[in-house]
Every structure is written in structure tokens, then in C-alpha cells.
Design a protein around this ligand. Sequence first.
Ligand code: UT7
Length: 331
Amino acid sequence: MKGIKIVATGKYLPRNIVSNNDFSEIVETSDEWISQRTGMKNRHLSSGEPTWLMGSLAAQDALSSGGIDPLDIDLILVTSVTSDYMTPSAACLVQAHIGAQNAICMDVNAACSGFVYALDMARRYLCFDDIRRVLIVSSETLSKITDYTDRASCVLFGDAAGACVVEAADSLYSSDLGSDGTKAQLLYCKNPFQVKHPFMKPELVPEYDEIISPETEFLYMDGREVYKFAVKALPKAIGAACEKAGIRVEDIDLIIPHQANIRIVETAARTLGVPMGKMYVNLEKYGNTSSACIPMCLDEISKGGLLKRGQTVAVVGFGAGVTYAAAIFKW
Ligand code: UT7
């Protein structure tokens, strides 16, 4: 089976740390509520560093820790819901900053599932001989789209970037990805640009239902419904990926879930019948950083020596779209 090997990891965290108590000064909340309902304590927030820069710094951290020449990168995939430019891609901006002139570059937007979608894409590219090394960068500046008057969502999100370099390996790999656009209204942020030009003819617009409501310029989330989706999607995707790989859930050494809420992780662990010790959690330090959560975890695991080569790892994300994705591979 053509599998993958993560050969280097990196991260970037803004230095500005915001605690639960800091939030109680701007909205009606408390450290107790946030800790008990989410498990979160702190998150890092950008003070202006753009998404592409955070991604570039995470990429440079990965390249230097793996001793990899940027010119040896064949493909750069950047995942983000908070890109600074509609065009060019964030991947091109990262490429220029790190000097990876030989890479082809593109962005992937699958919200909080973005990293696992990109990992699965990387693996498919690596099945062909002309792509030997893929740099995945997940960079999110959720503070740009967060409504800091909405206590139900603003306490959840943080800014961060994670990166990893992936190569092909002759080892186990399986994945289970899915999307359901009929649930788009559960979690969205509308593009502020709308059609407005001197030649408008509104009578020519076909009838359509607006996908999203209510109107808000910020990120909107139906927390309870997303929660219900997440606690089902997470174990389902892991189960399906195990089945495709011909392994049991018990055979996985470490599961790295999207870091949205400790209660989601605990419920998924119970459903899967795995101890919490096998679920990697760092959300108390960083909050939910969308697609950056999983590569940030991978970097901690890699630099902390928490896994040995050959152990079996599962990564699993879920989020807006709605989307979900799990991948199982050898460390
Ligand atoms: O990465 C994308 C995926 N996102 C997720 O997976 C998030 C999924 N959803 C969640 O994690 C949870 O639904 C939340 C953390 C967002 C909310 O937790 P909850 O236990 O579902 O709370 P709730 O929405 O049912 O609200 C319970 C109460 C409400 O008050 P009332 O109506 O019972 O009086 C809320 O207004 O808690 C209130 N509340 C808060 N109170 C203090 C909501 N947010 C806060 C807050 N501080 N920050």
C-alpha cells in the first residue's frame, strides 16, 4: 500500500495570549463556564500578523527542523478559511517567503477538516513519481472573522499555523472523507464582496434561496447543531477508515482529533471505546484554531518524541461545509 511519512513538522503561534478571564472583561462569561463547557483556558491571537506570514513561519520551522531545502518541495498546499487575499493563493505567498521556487502551489478550503483533506490530497499526489515532497501549511487567523460580542463563539477560537512535510512510504494508509453542503447554514462566514457593477440587471437573476441566515459579517455558528454533527462524524469517520485499512480501533496508538471542545473528544472516545489517554488534546492552550489544530498537535507530538516510528496514528477533523475527514497512517 502506498502510504505517507511525515518527515518534518513546524508551527507558529502569535505571542499575544488571551485567557478565559480576559474574555470575562468583554462579554458576560467566566473562566468556570468556558473551562467546564469547552476545556479551553487560553488562546493565542494575532496582533496583526497576516495568515500567510504565520503559515510561512510555521513552514520555515518545519523545514529547518527537518533539515529540508525549500527547493526540494514539489507541492505546497495551504489550508485556511481566513486567507488574506482572494487571489493569489496563500500557497503562492508562502512559496515566495520560504523560497520554494520549484513547488506548485494551491489552497484547500475544507474549514476545520482542511488539514486532513490536504493530507489526503498530498498522499494522492505522492502516488505519482513527479511529486516527491509535499509541504502542507494550515494557517488560520480566526480573530479576523470572530464576533467579539457573541460570547457563544468568541471564546472558542484562536490563531495559529501548523505545517508538515510529507513523503511517500510503503506503509499503511487509509482515509474516510465526506461533505454535506445541505448543512452549510450551521457554520459560515459570507464573503464581504458581492456583485455590484455599472451594468447590473437584477431582473435577470434566477430565483434562488439564500443558503445562509441570519445575515452577519462575522463567523456564524449554530453551536448545538455543530456539536451534534461532530460527536457523530468523528467516530464514524475513524470507524470507516479503520474498516478500509482492515484494522481495529484498538490498533490505533494515538488519535489526533480537531480541537473544538473537550466534551466532543470525550464523547467520541466513549463511542469508539478508546481511553482518553489515546486521544491527543491541547485545546486548553490554544482553543480551536480550525485547520491548524491537527498539524499543531503533530508538531508537539513530533518535537516531544511522543510517538515512535511505526506506530499507528489517526487524524480526524470536522467543520463547516459541513465536512469531515479521517486518515490513518504510520508514524
Ligand atoms: O471548529 C468548528 C466546529 N465547532 C464546534 O465543534 C463547536 C461545537 N459546539 C460547541 O462546542 C458547543 O455547542 C458550545 C461550546 C459552542 C456551546 O456549549 P453548549 O453546552 O452547547 O452551550 P449552549 O449553546 O447550549 O448554551 C447553554 C447556555 C446558554 O444560556 P441559556 O440559554 O441556557 O440561558 C448560553 O447563552 O450557556 C450560555 N452561554 C454562555 N454562558 C457563559 C453560551 N456561551 C457562553 C459563554 N459564557 N461563553
